[in-house]
Design a protein around this ligand. Structure first.
Ligand SMILES: [Zn+2]
Length: 347
């Protein structure tokens, strides 16, 4: 086997007049004068000639020294980016390919075959070809009984035409081609990926719902602080009757808020508008107990001086014990905060 120099010779490849394989060239017979190894060739290493190029040689991944288990493990460990690199950033064949004495003549791989069968990957390392999509993408459970072109390099150039034509008709090959196209589009255009699209759509919905909820909470906090009643005669947003201050305030906000306007008048989920009196009460409780009261209690726990204020009051023939706490807060201000009403069973 010939040694190679630069195996990443895109510029050299462009200078080669590429022709489709003809009947005469199918057997890839070459004059012996062209078989001399060119001294221009240097062995490709990622640290020298390919330092600024993506240089992947599938022959290095699927070396003949590897067992089938090792090959399967190597393939299974490839990331999507690495698969893409092997398939679409593979090292290009050098213009001066080595020849092998085969069936009474010196023969070598013809670059024009890569044009005719774009899925071919020529490995300068092993002077053989693989079917890129099948070699990289065929699942482990389907590749164990495969040999040349998939797990091992093919280099019997005299049979190249028939082998490639036969391989191109195989179902697993067509499946791998389709998968390779999917990987290409997902790497080159991540936004087209279904999972990314799904994620983006989901994120947009979450963001929109968060905005709507903030406006609802904003209305509740405003009405609560001002001690304004929430409900009116009708809980319908477009009612000709008084819809109540809560809905009326949201309508005012919606005049300059398209997202909220659409939610009020054309909601995406009519059963989850979060505008009902039950939702209002749930949000009031959450804001009151889980946010405001927990904050007050936290401040009282830190206070050095505090006292508890309590008095019994009657309301609709039910006795209540309101609890307030008077304490010195962190700013050394004396504050009195209402904590809760406690229902008294008996006085
Ligand atoms: Zn294939």
């Amino acid at each position: 086997m010939h040694k190679y120099n630069s195996l990443c010779l895109d510029h050299e490849l462009k200078e080669v007049p590429v022709q489709f394989p003809s009947d005469e060239s199918e057997n890839n017979v070459v004059p012996s004068s062209s078989l001399q190894r060119s001294d221009d060739f240097l062995e490709c290493t990622s640290s020298s000639a390919c330092a600024d190029q993506v240089c992947n040689d599938i022959g290095a991944l699927l070396t003949s020294s590897k067992s089938m288990e090792e090959i399967c493990a190597s393939i299974s460990n490839l990331s999507q980016g690495e698969m893409f690199s092997y398939l679409y950033r593979h090292v290009q064949p050098p213009s001066n390919l080595p020849a092998t004495f085969l069936y009474g003549a010196n023969r070598k791989f013809g670059i024009s075959w890569v044009i005719k069968f774009p899925w071919i990957l020529y490995s300068p390392k092993v002077n053989g070809i693989f079917c890129g999509p099948c070699a990289i993408l065929l699942p482990v459970d389907k590749r164990k009984d495969k040999g040349l072109l998939v797990n091992r390099p093919f280099s019997n150039w005299i049979k190249l035409s028939s082998v490639l034509n036969d391989h191109s008709k195989l179902k697993y090959h067509r499946d791998c081609l389709q998968l390779a196209d999917t990987i290409k589009s997902s790497v080159e255009n991540p936004a087209s990926r279904v999972d990314v699209m799904t994620s983006n759509t989901l994120q947009a919905i979450i963001k929109e719902n968060e905005h709507i909820l903030k406006q609802i909470v904003r209305s509740i906090i405003f009405l609560s602080k001002q001690a304004i009643a929430f409900r009116g005669n009708s809980e319908v947003i477009d009612s000709s009757k008084n819809p109540g201050n809560f809905l009326a305030l949201l309508k005012v906000f919606a005049e300059s808020d398209e997202v909220l306007y659409n939610h009020l008048h054309n909601p995406k989920a009519k059963i989850a508008k979060h505008l009902s009196p039950q939702t209002q009460n749930e949000l009031i409780n959450i804001i009151g107990y889980d946010v405001i009261l927990s904050k007050i209690v936290s401040e009282i726990k830190k206070a050095k001086y505090y006292s508890v204020l309590a008095d019994e009051v009657s309301c609709h023939h039910v006795e209540h014990l309101p609890i307030c706490v008077r304490f010195l807060d962190a700013n050394n201000d004396i504050r009195e905060e209402f904590i809760s009403f406690i229902k008294l069973e008996r006085v």
